[in-house]
Write a protein that binds this ligand. Structure first.
Ligand code: DC
Length: 225
């Protein structure tokens, strides 16, 4: 079984590249951000402040999050309901980031992530995959790009989904979220010591995928040798 960890800030292209690599390698792609977004969605639906750790923790017993795969595509269900794109709004990004700083939420989602990696070969993207979730992953990549490139990508993505967004708004939200994610006390979004740092600012998704496929192949070959 293979474990590939892809961490990095928002808009670095982790999901696009990880999905393509999973298809290429014939393994499962796990989007862990969707789990935090799902908890954020539930917290919002209960009119709860996502920064109120005690209040959020009290809601956790009412949450059942399930990861499923349909035709190779990940589906996250909240208490049996597939939330689809409802977790992809800028508001849900902020809720996800806020609840992800709460240790009880991270502990709550830990087993779901480790279990799927125990049963399948995976390429998993997130913020703490190489540092906390899969510390013994075969390959660890920390993917990043300049703030402007990442914001432009996120902005294009949101507009394509019919969520009107401006570059300024997205850049400001993104910087706020990155700062919170990388400076939180628990499992901050930082590169693992043994991660390969990869900046894809000037690459198309195809170029980045091809280059990372080479990096992964070389790393796996070196491990086997
Ligand atoms: O990858 P994303 O934008 O969907 O993630 C949403 C938020 O969830 C992000 O701001 C930080 C948090 N997150 C996390 O703390 N750990 C992960 N492994 C994945 C996401």
């Amino acid at each position: 079984m293979i474990q590939i960890a892809i961490d990095g800030p928002s808009g670095a292209g982790k999901s696009t590249v990880a999905k393509a690599l999973a298809a290429k390698l014939g393994i499962i792609y796990v989007d862990t951000g969707a789990l935090y977004r799902t908890v954020g969605y539930y917290v919002r639906s209960r009119d709860t402040d996502p920064k109120d750790a005690a209040a959020v923790e009290a809601l956790l017993p009412g949450i059942h999050v399930e990861l499923k795969y349909e035709n190779g595509t990940q589906i996250v269900c909240l208490n049996g309901e597939n939330l689809g794109d409802k977790i992809r709004t800028p508001e849900m990004s902020m809720y996800a980031s806020a609840v992800s700083a709460i240790p009880a939420v991270r502990a709550f989602l830990l087993d779901t992530q480790r279990e799927i990696a125990a049963k399948n070969s995976v390429i998993m993207d997130g913020r703490d995959i190489g540092t906390v979730i899969l510390p013994n992953a075969d390959v660890k990549i920390f993917l990043t790009a300049s703030d402007e490139c990442r914001a432009q990508r996120r902005c294009d993505e949101l507009n394509a989904k019919g969520i009107p967004s401006t570059l300024e708004e997205v850049l400001s939200d993104m910087r706020q979220r990155d700062l919170a994610d990388s400076t939180r006390a628990v499992a901050p979004a930082v590169a693992a010591e043994d991660a390969i740092l990869f900046d894809n600012s000037w690459m198309t998704p195809d170029e980045c995928t091809a280059k990372l496929a080479e990096v992964i192949e070389a790393t796996l070959a070196a491990r086997r040798a």
